[in-house]
Design a protein around this ligand. Structure first.
Ligand SMILES: [Zn+2]
Ligand SMILES: [Zn+2]
Ligand SMILES: [Zn+2]
Length: 462
């Protein structure tokens, strides 16, 4: 449909909506979605029964709602899919991370005295890429080489440019022919295993430094962590983690006196250097052992100074809403038969995706599911994870907000105020679609929801 026809159609739809006698209720639904770009439509009923007599006390059905559906926020954490819901996720993550550093949300304040580090584990080099480096506030030349050697592809492996922060070339290899795409993709694929091995080795090294067995260590302390993965522009994942030592029962208990930031730092360094993942030898390929890069950054988190709890929580929360799109790739799956040349990504990302598809054909690597995770450059699993003891959970934080919403619904007369113990609630819901039609997006924008303006200008409506 030509754009002018689409606009005319959207305007007609918008006028119908504005004349709908249930416009106010529709607007309230949209307001409740908090500016979600792709609200989920639910159809269903909620019935409240008296537990003692079985009498139906109240029945809610979406039949009474505009279009017969209830619109709820999509709750994605991906900023690229829905800015409004990702913002909620970011804010929740911030509070959760912050609680683990300073207390709150059920975590005692004494947690702030526990040894706690901000650790960055990066991948090794897979070949020189254009980078922006700073020293003492000055930008350094990218890759200056005096002998200006040429590689087998006839390229000079040197770059003396002082790159701007928004330079498109950042993260691109100096020679794509020399760059180790296989290593990059395999590293992404095994990064979650490498992390798991690091976490296990950390406990072993802590025990060794204290002269304890693992079982004895467990009686004295637990290691709590929250981590977030981030894609560097070269398309490889790295991790930032908060690693904290607690007493044996978690954040409410005190770790032993020997467990200092210093001891933790040493254990982190040793564990990071010790762990590896071996890739099975493939026909025509080199055998590979993957490990973390040599640069392991571990710094104490403090309440004042350079690396504060607020800075760390802000950082982790920000990256929790991003996926591989930072590296210039896609946020949806790629089919193996897709024409990669049509994908709207950088050449570097396209090569990494192609490498995932190529390696995915090897039987020996089937467990890495490289084809399914090609859009994530081989990385699967969660970009942000926490250990059980870290602090509260997102579910808990969401439940608090839900309580708040529920209180509001009760006051506006939508839900009768029953005592939970005496009332049985039976809810039946089914998925009935998602998104805002172009006309609805227009009306939502008119009603002053900023994210809806975005949806009206390019958000998909299904
Ligand atoms: Zn949303
Ligand atoms: Zn450069
Ligand atoms: Zn080359």
């Amino acid at each position: 449909m030509p754009a002018s026809h689409r606009n005319a159609h959207a305007i007609r739809e918008a006028i119908t909506r504005l004349n709908d006698p249930r416009l106010a209720r529709w607007a309230a639904q949209i307001r409740h979605t908090g500016g979600c770009r792709q609200p989920i439509h639910l159809r269903g009923t909620v019935e409240h029964y008296d537990r003692a007599t079985g009498r139906l006390l109240h029945r809610y059905s979406t039949n009474q709602e505009p279009d017969g559906v209830l619109r709820v926020p999509c709750k994605t954490r991906r900023a690229s899919r829905c800015p409004a819901c990702a913002e909620t996720y970011r804010a929740d993550t911030y509070h959760l991370i912050r609680a683990g550093l300073t207390g709150g949300k059920g975590v005692p304040e004494s947690v702030s005295s526990h040894p706690c580090l901000f650790v960055t584990l990066t991948a090794p080099s897979f070949g020189p890429v254009h980078t922006r480096r700073e020293r003492d506030g000055r930008i350094l030349p990218c890759h200056p080489r005096r002998n200006r050697e040429t590689c087998p592809h006839g390229r000079v492996i040197s770059c003396t440019v002082r790159h701007r922060a928004d330079d498109d070339v950042l993260g691109e290899p100096l020679c794509p022919g020399c760059y180790d795409y296989t290593g990059t993709v395999l590293f992404n694929a095994v990064a979650p295993v490498l992390w798991k091995r690091f976490a296990d080795a950390l406990r072993r090294h802590l025990a060794a430094l204290a002269g304890l067995t693992l079982a004895q260590l467990r009686e004295q302390l637990v290691v709590s962590f929250a981590k977030v993965g981030e894609f560097q522009r070269r398309g490889v994942v790295h991790f930032h983690a908060i690693i904290r030592l607690d007493g044996p029962a978690g954040p409410a208990t005190t770790p032993p006196a020997w467990a200092t930031c210093d001891v933790l730092t040493r254990a982190v360094q040793r564990a990071a250097q010790a762990v590896t993942v071996t890739i099975p030898q493939l026909a025509g390929e080199l055998a590979r052992v993957l490990r973390w890069g040599t640069q392991v950054d571990a710094r104490p988190i403090t309440l004042t100074g350079e690396l504060t709890d607020q800075a760390v929580a802000g950082y982790i929360a920000k990256y929790a809403t991003k996926a591989a799109e930072c590296a210039g790739t896609l946020d949806q799956r790629i089919s193996p038969t897709q024409d990669l040349s049509c994908l709207p990504v950088r050449d570097h990302a396209r090569r990494l995706i192609a490498e995932c598809l190529r390696l995915g054909a090897y039987e020996e690597l089937a467990g890495l599911r490289l084809v399914q995770w090609a859009h994530m450059l081989g990385f699967r699993g969660h970009l942000s994870t926490r250990s059980r003891h870290y602090s509260t959970t997102l579910t808990q934080i969401r439940a608090e907000r839900q309580d708040h919403v529920r209180a509001e619904e009760i006051t506006t007369g939508r839900l009768p105020l029953f005592d939970e113990d005496d009332v049985l609630v039976i809810a039946r819901w089914e998925y009935a679609g998602r998104g805002l039609s172009p006309g609805d997006a227009l009306v939502a924008a008119l009603l002053g929801s900023p994210a809806a303006v975005l949806a009206a200008h390019g958000g998909e409506a299904r």
